[in-house]
Design a protein around this ligand. Structure first.
Ligand SMILES: [Zn+2]
Length: 82
């Protein structure tokens, strides 16, 4: 799964790179949103390939976009506030 390959910081949910530092404030929230979108898109893409062996590009893009939107909705619902 794509999700397992993406290492994220447990504190700021940002991508763990060399010399990673936890951002604060708006950058932290932007990072969270970005990670959520990327993970949602990855899940959508993976599901697309799970159902269709050779999906066409527009279908993959639509699935990725849908996954990203759903992930954002779930994150907003679970976090309580945006
Ligand atoms: Zn961090």
């Amino acid at each position: 799964m794509l999700v397992c390959l993406v290492a994220t910081c447990p504190k700021c949910m940002g991508f763990l790179e060399d010399g990673h530092r936890c951002p604060r404030g708006v950058f932290s929230r932007l990072g969270e949103a970005l990670v959520t979108v990327v993970i949602g898109g990855g899940i959508g893409t993976a599901l697309c390939y799970a159902f269709e062996e050779h999906p066409v590009a527009p279908l993959v893009l639509a699935a990725a976009a849908l996954g990203a939107v759903l992930a954002m909705a779930v994150r907003q619902a679970t976090s309580g506030r945006v």
